[in-house]
Design a protein around this ligand. Structure first.
Ligand SMILES: NC(=O)c1ccc[n+]([C@@H]2O[C@H](COP(=O)([O-])OP(=O)(O)OC[C@H]3O[C@@H](n4cnc5c(N)ncnc54)[C@H](O)[C@@H]3O)[C@@H](O)[C@H]2O)c1
Ligand SMILES: O=C(O)C[C@H](O)C(=O)O
Length: 312
């Protein structure tokens, strides 16, 4: 299996490192527009192989897409991260152009690849890539839900003093303040979380999760990379190993939840064909209202992108 990761910055390099260390792909190509960055990081990851004992081969190139030809999966992380005081949506004008040009190159060289978008603002960059790639939604989708769910699970594990492995959860909606955590679907070793934690504490964890990206931006001056890189690698693993994992991913809703043509997170089954099935949850009225707010916000940013594209 061959996997390309575009953008060898914090998230892209971490993703490539997890893919190599866990031998998720035989060949990993890192691409970055900055001369030397992808080559250097790929070489460093390869030189770690004898120490940790893996044989996945990592190579780096500067926008030489011929080297990516025939990739089975491509992860797009290229683009600016936000700085303190910015929202993800502030990145739209610069990152839309980057995601568009990268997607064109990716599809030209790997027409059968499954494409995973990571660049922000995630839901609208997934829209941009899907428009550009002209592939079915099952093959072009975005990573955010695994990250947001991981944050929620980590906060809950800390509060309950249990292993994060035993917390199962799902989140929906856009990747931002309007994301829709679903405590009703959260369990701890099979036990509904509401039996183990009070409402006020759970509400505070939900709130912290919604602002989880911003919390890290404030601490570090740039956005997170360890969990995001690992989350993207976990999606790649589900595809290349045909694991049929159930994960929340961002894709174009086509009638699910009564929503059409808006890019939002929902649980899906991920396997060798990409999205094997979209799972439509039966939401209650409160959850539907939260999803509607999220839909409205993402739709607004999609329209902003449409306007920018029309002017350009
Ligand atoms: N979806 C998520 O949950 C999630 C999580 C974390 C970060 N992100 C987003 O991922 C993106 C990358 O974050 P980061 O922290 O790795 O940033 P970074 O600045 O460390 O890395 C981005 C890399 O992209 C490269 N790049 C820019 N234009 C390119 C092009 N045309 N072709 C190839 N490479 C190009 C840059 O040279 C840089 O090395 C940001 O937009 C960030 O907001 C999303
Ligand atoms: O917060 C960001 O800007 C990056 C990413 O979307 C995250 O949630 O960590």
């Amino acid at each position: 299996m061959k996997v390309t990761v575009v953008g060898a910055g914090n998230v892209g390099a971490t993703c490539a490192d997890v893919l190599a260390t866990r031998e998720i792909a035989n060949e990993i190509v890192l691409v970055d527009i900055k001369e030397g960055v992808a080559q250097g990081k790929a070489l460093d990851i390869w030189q770690k192989a004898p120490i940790l004992g893996y044989d996945s081969r990592t190579v780096g190139v500067t926008s030489d897409y011929a080297r990516t030809a025939g990739s089975d999966v491509v992860v797009i992380t290229s683009g600016l991260p936000r700085k303190p005081g910015m929202t993800r949506d502030d990145l739209i004008s610069v990152n839309a152009g980057i995601v568009k040009s990268v997607t064109e190159q990716v599809v030209a060289h790997s027409p059968n690849a499954i494409i995973i978008i990571v660049s922000n603002p995630l839901d609208v960059m997934t829209y941009q890539a899907h428009l550009t790639a002209k592939l079915p939604r099952e093959k072009v989708f975005g990573m955010a839900g695994i990250l947001d769910t991981a944050r929620y699970r980590a906060f809950l594990a800390e509060a309950l003093n249990v292993s994060p492995k035993d917390i199962q959860a799902v989140l929906m909606g856009g990747h931002g303040d309007t994301m829709v955590p679903l405590p009703r679907y959260t369990t701890v070793g099979g036990i509904p979380v509401t039996e183990l934690i009070g409402k006020a504490e759970l509400d505070a964890i939900v709130e912290r999760t919604k602002n989880g990206g911003g919390e890290l931006v404030k601490l570090m001056g740039t956005s997170a990379w360890y969990a995001p890189g690992a989350a993207a690698a976990q999606m790649v693993e589900a595809i290349v190993r045909d694991q049929r994992r159930v994960f929340p991913v961002c894709l174009e809703l086509q009638g699910e939840y009564g929503i059409n043509g808006v890019y939002l997170g929902t649980p899906v089954i991920l396997g060798k064909n990409g999205v094997e099935r979209v799972i439509e949850l039966q939401l209650n009225d409160d959850e539907k209202a939260l999803l509607e707010t999220s839909r409205g916000h993402v739709k607004e940013v999609m329209e902003a992108l449409d306007k920018m594209t029309a002017v350009a």
